[in-house]
Design a protein around this ligand. Structure first.
Ligand code: ADP
Length: 480
């Protein structure tokens, strides 16, 4: 199949490809060219209610399949993804903008999550607890939570669904998914993949449209037993409040403000390599991208110079063009916001070392930018940039670096570079983050738990921990 075969202009509800009841549609644009590449249904609460009802009906039988059957279905889903990796990656680049190599990597990661959960499906163990009563036995079992509602963002339009659909399918949950409006096609493509893998109707439902109407139905409908969300902290808080009325389980992967510390004793070339990978992946549009660089006084100037030199070499352009490593930003709002961070820093005494504004290719392309002399007064000290701007702050002592790194309400990912083993342990234990990279700038993998503390979220995705979020613990007491 080629990418156009996966580009569905319809929603996937109860095994059928359907339009929105009201008939409205939403345009989808290619961020590299501004061209409209298609339209998707503008669904609302009614369609969401139908999808939830379909998922509830499907749950009755799907939750009774054996772990072995679910593992086999997930392996077929994995094969369907890998057989079409290139087509899915092209579609992803066309709607999202990231370079094709990154899209290939993302689709590969989606497949890896599915394969991982196919393996974990067979390892959802319970317990037998030694009983305090001679005539009674105590069993603990794990049962699928029920219908899961998932809302996903535009920066990883394929793999964010994999992390949610994967464990749902592994445990016997059914799901209703709303992909981001900017990038619906990679989400809808999961409907085609589920058809290919042979999933029964209603097990996975995907709808596009009004976020507030669909989100409102998902959070208020009592049939939905869990809501899983990846996106901004304000929307995450809203969904948690809405979900409180029916006491749903929640998993929230929210914003970050990742610090990246470089100590005097670090391997500087390795630190720059990690900094480039961490900062500029997806043009800086990931929640684990380094947001604040802190370089110790002894290596500050050298680090800034090397980082700027490496940043200036990154080729910017459309994601399907050969050699491009920096695609466009997702929309014009993102460009204006990124410009705002730079203007604010310059007004407060920061210095642009490389880049500094829109790229000569026009549209939504932006120059990889390094800013020296960053201070706590600048907006990017507190807010997530979500663009290709690397501010570098100076620090003197380890204690100061840790304090600055922790001085945020976020706690998703952090990174630091040192060659001192004691410092590696000391610092990693005091950083209040869900994920720590030591001498490593990109650390996400399906086998490790992804997630944050503080206002970066609740729950973990991927790994053996990720599956626990999709099962309820049941205690069974048997009197003999
Ligand atoms: P971003 O800034 O990355 O777009 P958002 O949190 O706004 O982050 O969006 C992430 C996902 O949440 C998208 O699928 C978006 O459509 C959805 N979303 C936005 N507003 C709401 C809402 N009020 N209720 C439910 N989902 C929402």
């Amino acid at each position: 199949m080629n990418w156009a075969d996966f580009k569905r202009d319809a929603n996937f509800i109860d095994g059928e490809w359907v339009g929105a009841d009201g008939g409205g549609t939403i345009d989808v644009t290619n961020p590299a060219t501004g061209e409209v590449i298609g339209t998707v249904p503008n669904a609302g609460a009614d369609e969401a209610r139908r999808a939830i009802a379909a998922a509830q009906t499907a749950f009755e039988t799907f939750s009774r399949t054996t772990a072995d059957e679910r593992a086999k279905m997930l392996r077929r889903l994995h094969a369907a993804i890998m057989d079409n990796q290139r087509a899915l990656a092209e579609l992803l680049t066309i709607e999202q903008g990231k370079p094709l190599a990154e899209s290939m990597g993302e689709v590969g990661a989606s497949a890896a999550y599915v394969l991982w959960f196919s393996e974990e499906a067979r390892r959802v163990y319970g317990d037998v607890i030694p009983s305090p009563w001679g005539e009674r036995r105590i069993l603990v079992t794990k049962q699928a939570v029920g219908v899961v509602a998932a809302i996903t963002p535009w920066n990883f339009p394929s793999s964010m669904l994999a992390r949610k659909i994967g464990p749902a399918l592994a445990t016997g949950c059914t799901s209703v998914v709303k992909p981001a409006t900017q990038t619906p096609y990679s989400g809808l493509a999961w409907g085609v993949l589920c058809e290919q893998a042979g999933y029964p109707k209603g097990v996975v439902n995907i709808l596009t449209g009004s976020a507030s109407a669909i989100g409102g139905e998902m959070t208020s409908n009592p049939a939905v037993r869990k809501i899983t969300f990846t996106g901004s902290t304000p929307i995450g808080k809203l969904l948690m409040k809405q979900a409180a009325d029916t006491v749903k389980r929640v998993s929230m992967e929210l914003g970050g403000n990742a610090p990246f510390l470089v100590f005097d004793d670090a391997d500087l070339d390795k630190a720059v390599e990690g900094a480039i990978a961490s900062k500029y992946r997806n043009s800086g549009q990931t929640c684990v991208c380094a947001n604040r660089f802190y370089a110790q006084a002894g290596i500050y100037d050298a680090f800034v110079a090397k980082l700027a030199e490496a940043s200036a070499k990154l080729k910017v352009g459309p994601g399907l063009e050969d050699g491009v490593v920096q695609g466009p930003l997702i929309d014009d709002k993102a460009v204006t916001k990124t410009e705002g961070f730079i203007a604010d820093a310059l007004a407060k005494g920061g210095k642009v070392v490389t880049g500094g504004g829109r790229h000569e290719r026009g549209g939504q392309f932006f120059q990889p930018t390094v800013i020296a002399g960053a201070t706590r007064e600048m907006n990017f000290a507190r807010e997530e940039i979500f663009g290709p701007v690397a501010p570098v702050f100076r620090f003197d002592t380890e204690e100061e670096a840790v304090r600055l790194a922790n001085d945020t309400e976020f706690g998703l990912a952090c990174y630091f570079y040192t060659s001192d083993l004691s410092r590696a342990f000391r610092v990693s234990e005091t950083l209040r983050y869900g994920q720590v990279g030591i001498n490593a700038g990109v650390i996400t993998t399906e086998v490790a738990p992804f997630g944050g503390v503080k206002e970066s979220g609740i729950g973990r995705e991927g790994s053996k921990y990720g599956i626990e979020e999709y099962v309820d613990v049941k205690y069974v007491c048997i009197s003999l």
